[in-house]
Write a protein that binds this ligand. Structure first.
Ligand code: URA
Length: 248
């Protein structure tokens, strides 16, 4: 079980997921149009994790998340609260750039989200900041829009762990409007206090000795069906350099 894995084991497991993701072809169009998969980058043991929408052109070229204009703003906002990129982990809802930066399609989100759930499970952040509508709606499992709920921290169980979920505007929205920028900056200013609160009390661990209920079995089957196949990395793929994954 992930909860019992050491930091090193979780980090190694994250690299394995990256190896699977980087040759993913679950979305035929995106697999054709992307330059490369943008898995995510940062501190594999971060207390703070950001989830954006999808890579843009710069990210697709460089293979790293938030390296374009939105990323520069994100770096500035992080700096204003005393953090840097290697303190946090940054991922996206989609790991591939949608052509012409169109919105992610619902079926793409569904196919790609098991990677994000796995990242959350392995990194074990205590605070998850969702950047914009797509990440917020996915992780809250609710259609409430970012304009209504940005800046409202709440405890949520994501996968097996309870986290402090904090929706904020996407940096791209702040680049379009100084009002949005002011609100994003104000929301960012609250992040250190959320980190300082530490991890919320965790749900009861599953008793592995207990007889599973019919509901548990059905849920496990549904979950297994969602997780992308995890073949061993093809032998001709070299082990990823840590810098390629952007791990700190
Ligand atoms: N916008 C996103 O949502 N993610 C990125 O990685 C870059 C821009």
């Amino acid at each position: 079980m992930t909860a019992q894995q050491s930091t090193e084991e979780r980090r190694e497991a994250l690299k394995e997921v990256f190896l699977v993701a980087r040759s993913c072809e679950r979305c035929p169009q995106l697999a054709q149009t992307r330059t490369q998969v943008v898995f995510g980058a940062g501190n594999a043991d971060a207390a703070l994790m950001f989830v954006g929408e999808a890579p843009g052109r710069d990210e697709d070229e460089q293979g790293l998340p938030f390296v374009g204009r939105s990323g520069q703003l994100l770096n500035t906002l992080l700096g204003e609260i005393g953090l840097q990129r290697d303190d946090v982990f940054i991922a996206n809802v989609l790991k591939c750039r949608p052509p012409q930066n169109r919105d992610p399609h619902p079926e793409e989100i569904e196919r790609c989200s098991p990677y994000l759930w796995r990242q959350l499970e392995l990194i074990q952040p205590t605070v998850v900041v969702t950047l914009g509508n797509f990440a917020t709606k996915l992780l809250r499992g609710d259609p409430a829009g970012i304009r209504t709920i940005h800046g409202r921290a709440e405890e949520r169980v994501l996968g097996t762990r309870r986290v402090r979920l904090f929706p904020v505007y996407h940096p791209a929205a702040a680049l379009r409007s100084t009002v949005n920028l002011g609100e994003l900056r104000a929301d960012f200013a609250r992040i250190p206090e959320l980190i300082a609160q530490g991890a919320p009390e965790q749900p009861e661990p599953v008793d592995l000795a207990a007889e599973p209920s019919a509901d548990d079995v059905a849920a496990a089957r549904a979950e297994a069906a969602e997780v992308p196949p995890q073949p061993a990395a093809p032998a001709d793929q070299p082990a990823p350099a840590e810098s390629q994954l952007g791990l700190f």
